[in-house]
Write a protein that binds this ligand. Sequence first.
Ligand SMILES: O=C(O)CC1=CCC(=O)O1
Length: 262
Amino acid sequence: MQFARIDDVAIHYRLIGAPAEKPVIVFVNSLGTDFRIWDGVAQHLADDLAILIYDKRGHGLSDIGRVPYSIEDHAGDLARLLDQLSIERAIVCGLSVGGLIALALHQRRPELVSALVLCDTAHKIGTSETWNARIAAVERDGLESILDAVMERWFTPGFRRAENAAYAGYRHMLSRQPVEGYVATCAAIRDADYTAAARAVGVPALCVVGDQDGSTPPEVVRGMAQLIPSARYAVISDCAHIPCVEQPETLTALIRSFLSTL
Ligand SMILES: O=C(O)CC1=CCC(=O)O1
């Protein structure tokens, strides 16, 4: 296991391959998940790219750190992690809140970002009302109380079958995240508006969404793609909010095809 200390926060990460020898892609995970969601994509890309995956603060094995925090704090952690690993430039692929973090990183440290893959995300996700209601429910009744509703947005009915062991595993992944880190990240998403950052993107960008995404539906992701100069836009069929889990081969093929044009 690999850990980096960023001020008072220990960040759990995995670096696969040698950044000095191959282009680097860093994957930024979504709310309530840890870096294992990228396993299915990473295994297909590892021959050609060095791969960095990590648990953002408040998730997985990383520390929670001091709350509250902002998307800027998450982007600062990523910038510091890249600096510590001597990675000077990377393709940044962010899922959902990971996409906000990718946009924030590009805004704050553009020299670190060679291209963006924005996956099931938007420049602004949800409303203050929906985030406040979610925060109140989790603080009062725990993550178990929102599990079913979140799973309906994350995965298609075909994946959410009782006999699908992977479905049980991803439910556990969400329910076992630390409540404090989850709630702090909900508040960070609530308070984030990266409309101006999306308009100012100066690197090639691919925007991808599952056709059944219940959190950032295709029309929302298309709206973000229209803000970003020259962004590509692609929809993945039979997929909801987490294509790296539900359709890793298709997502990998889209990333490969995008990278081949750079
Ligand atoms: O939990 C959800 O509804 C999906 C989601 C929203 C932001 C994020 O990162 O995941």
